[in-house]
Write a protein that binds this ligand. Structure first.
Ligand code: HEM
Ligand code: SF4
Length: 739
């Protein structure tokens, strides 16, 4: 372990001590531990709702905390950084050991190639960090306002379509910026990605804060390596596609460029309002030309640093070593089980005689026992050539082809022989309500259910849908990357009578390929329990209606969002509690969903609130805005989105003040004084973010919006409407209408 890293961990242990003695501010300590990947976990405020009321969880020393509203002894999450997803068998062994000793024994692969352990006690974290550091793994800057894990294609170096292997560059980038002085004062997190080509998805450059795409250009008659550099992408509540910062940055300039970008971000990025603090907002505010100018100016002022190019001396010798010689499958007839697995989980490398095998992990999980055994399998067949993937799987690279049948048998023996990697059954899901404090609906419960159902009928699934991507987030934050899937979902809740019902917003037509090249749009929210049927209905319509070779995105584009909404419309009718009680609990969770909100009666559908009547036109209008954008009319899209926000605000105001009238100024003024200034509209975590969207748009009278701005306003309008629902549920609208 390096002295630096050891010292870092000692400091953290000292801060834990001070916190224990009440000598450190709780917020300062919270950021300190986040920067070491020590995260909170659901229920760590010592409360759990049993469906009827909130119950206290009995932890020792209930007054001792590790952050605001976070109990010291409550179990937490530990995120472990895995740059480029690269893992060795020795590292896997150590990960299995610490998972076994300090957590619930499950290793969870995240959508950014990290590993997370849950149910960890904070007092175990320094020892865990030391043990991980002994095999070259750090948790430093895995969370907090810092440079997060640097991701890189899991196929880099063996891929058939890459320009060159981006791995050594991504490693140099990660090492250079880890703990660098210029990245310590960010207002928000900063996520980098490297990719070897434009067309595939693996690097997901377009949704990252900074992204590097490998390019070769001819300079002075010789091929020169470099990268096309993107900046300002991101998912989250309002997704942005990254913009081109530089068409070609030669290899020796990629680190100074990152340093210059970091300085500009640290200096000019928003610091107070977290909801506007990602670099995507700075790039959108300044415009890419001005941002580029500032970065170029900054670059000129940087003092020279040998580390910018030191790693390049090792580049010519950078190569992975297979542990077995290349061989070929001998064409022998094999079991259909093997053939099926071979078809979906085996990728033939650029290097003849070798393949990449994907170990398909349901929900991204594997046990510590499986991890130990996988480490042994890796040692036997591939040595150090193991990586995690952004689809929450693990790959074994450099498998000699004739080893494939034996490797398959050995993976099967430890329960890791599932086929279907990268297909419709290989569903991505964020932790959601299982462990995440922000989860609204059960993304993992739903993903598990869909996987079981789709796997059961996988043999009969039409070819056209076999490779569709399904991705699920438990809330609008998009950790499950729902914007970049064919069929995406994010969790929210709706009221039916006096009950709350778990729902998922349906997002269709996002693009996984082209490095997450475009985002899908929301078409409406459906009850969580209907999602399997919704998936069946959408995929059947696609199979029936697609023309030859038409992709899912093209089909959605052709039928338009309006028709897409019509497809899910039948699922949007909410049954009453007495009719379908199971609709009011979530997948894998027997508790009644938010039963604490139940009043008596008024749940059979005969009586609806005035709010429900008035919010529905707002939703339709937000939807019309999407259609207008599809028809390339950003001005109309913008006007409709704004109007939908006004309608939603009006519906909310009228729960308190029926005579608000129709004037936008009056609606906004009443909304502000009654719901915004009083913080009634505030979300526990997002605070006033969603309300601010309306206030900003109302005060913005500048000219005609372009497509990007209109797209953003539509996303904001959808979130504002969601927040209006949440606020109305919280405050409890009391104006009822007979229908
Ligand atoms: C433990 C609870 C977690 C919290 C409180 C949390 C919070 C958030 C928030 C607020 C955002 C939106 C940020 C923004 O764009 O401004 C976000 C995005 C994201 N998070 Fe999480 N997250 C959690 C867990 C996770 C996990 C477990 C993963 C990996 C599986 C993950 C991966 C991501 C990704 C991929 C995004 C969107 C990509 C992007 O930032 O551009 N998060 N998260
Ligand atoms: S999407 Fe929401 S529920 Fe899922 S991990 Fe992110 S913050 Fe948590």
């Amino acid at each position: 372990m390096s002295d630096d890293l050891a010292h870092e961990i000692d400091i953290f242990e000292g801060q834990m001590e001070l916190m224990g003695q009440g000598k450190l501010d709780e917020k300062v300590f919270a950021e300190t531990r986040l920067r070491r990947g020590v995260y909170g976990q659901r229920y760590d405020n010592g409360q759990r709702h049993d469906g009827f009321e909130s119950r206290e969880l009995a932890f020792e020393e209930m007054e001792r905390i590790k952050g605001p509203d976070t109990l010291w002894h409550a179990p937490g999450m530990q995120r472990i950084k895995v740059p480029g997803g690269g893992l060795t068998p020795d590292q896997l062994d150590m990960l299995a050991q610490v998972a076994d000793e300090y957590s619930d024994g499950i290793l969870h692969i995240t959508t950014r190639q990290d590993i997370q352990l849950h149910f960890v006690h904070i007092e175990d974290t320094p020892d865990m960090m030391r043990r991980l550091a002994s095999v070259g793994i750090t948790t430093r800057e895995a969370c907090g306002n810092s440079v997060r894990n640097v991701t890189c294609c899991h196929l880099a170096g063996v891929c058939r379509t890459e320009v060159f292997d981006a791995t050594p560059y991504s490693e140099a980038f990660a090492e250079f910026l880890l703990g660098h002085d210029d990245v310590q004062d960010f207002g928000r997190k900063f996520k980098p990605a490297f990719s070897g080509c434009e067309a595939e998805a693996c690097g997901l450059v377009m949704m990252h804060d900074i992204g590097y795409l490998a390019q070769v250009q001819e300079v002075d008659g010789k091929p020169k390596r470099g990268f096309k550099v993107y900046v300002g992408g991101g998912l989250g509540t309002v997704p942005h596609q990254a913009k081109v910062l530089s068409e070609f940055t030669p290899e020796e300039e990629i680190l100074p460029l990152a340093q210059a970008v970091s300085r500009v971000f640290a200096r000019l990025g928003e610091k107070r309002n977290r909801n506007r603090a990602r670099i995507k907002f700075l790039v959108a505010k300044l415009g890419i030309e001005e941002f580029r100018r500032l970065v170029e100016e900054e670059r000129k002022t940087l003092p020279h640093d040998d580390r910018w190019t030191a790693y390049m001396d090792t580049l010519p010798h950078y190569e992975e070593k297979p542990s077995r010689p290349p061989t070929f499958l001998n064409g022998q007839v094999r079991s259909s089980e093997f053939n099926q697995w071979f078809e979906t989980n085996v990728y033939s490398q650029r290097q003849e005689g070798y393949s990449v095998v994907t170990v398909n992990l349901p929900l991204g999980d594997l046990t510590s026992q499986q991890t130990w055994e996988l480490a042994d399998i890796a040692r036997k067949y591939v040595g150090d050539n193991v990586r995690s993937t952004v689809e929450q799987n693990i790959v074994l690279r450099w498998v000699s082809d004739s080893d494939l049948p034996n490797l398959f048998e050995e993976l099967k023996e430890i329960g890791l022989g599932d086929s279907g990697a990268g297909t419709i059954v290989d569903i991505t899901a964020c932790p959601g309500t299982d462990t995440c404090k922000l989860g609204i609906a059960s993304s993992r419960g739903l993903a598990g259910e869909l996987r079981t159902r789709l796997t059961a009928k996988s043999a009969s699934l039409p070819d056209a849908i076999k490779d569709l991507k399904i991705k699920i987030s438990g809330c609008f934050n998009s950790c499950g990357q729902h914007h970049v899937s064919d069929i995406g979902f994010f969790g929210n809740s709706r009221r039916s009578g006096n009950f709350k019902m778990p729902h998922f917003q349906v997002i269709l037509g996002g693009k996984w390929h082209d490095n997450a090249g475009s985002y899908g749009l929301a078409v409406g929210a459906v009850p969580s329990r209907t999602v399997p049927e919704v998936v069946d209905t959408i995929t059947s319509r696609y199979v029936e209606e697609r023309s030859k070779g038409e992709t899912f995105q093209d089909w959605i584009g052709r039928i338009g969002k309006k028709e897409a909404r019509n497809i899910i419309q039948p699922f949007m009718q909410l049954p009453a509690f007495e009719q379908e009680p199971e609709y009011f609990s979530d997948w894998g969770d027997p508790r009644v969903f938010s039963l604490g909100d139940i009043g008596i009666g008024e749940c059979a559908g005969e009586v609806v609130s005035l709010f429900s009547m008035e919010i529905s036109p707002a939703e339709s209008e937000a939807f019309e805005a999407q259609v207008a954008l599809d028809e390339n009319d950003p001005a109309r899209a913008d006007a409709l989105a704004y109007s939908s926000m006004l309608k939603a605000a009006r519906a909310l105001v009228r729960t308190q003040f029926l005579d608000v009238g129709d004037s936008p100024d009056r609606i906004v003024q009443e909304f502000k004084s009654r719901f915004f200034d009083t913080e009634l509209f505030f979300d526990q975590y997002a605070k006033g973010k969603f309300g601010q969207y309306l206030l900003d748009r109302h005060s913005n009278t500048n000219g005609t919006p372009d497509n990007d701005a209109a797209h953003r306003l539509i996303e904001e309008a959808l979130l504002f409407i969601e927040a209006t629902h949440a606020c109305e549920s919280k405050v409890g609208g009391n104006v009822l209408v007979e229908i």
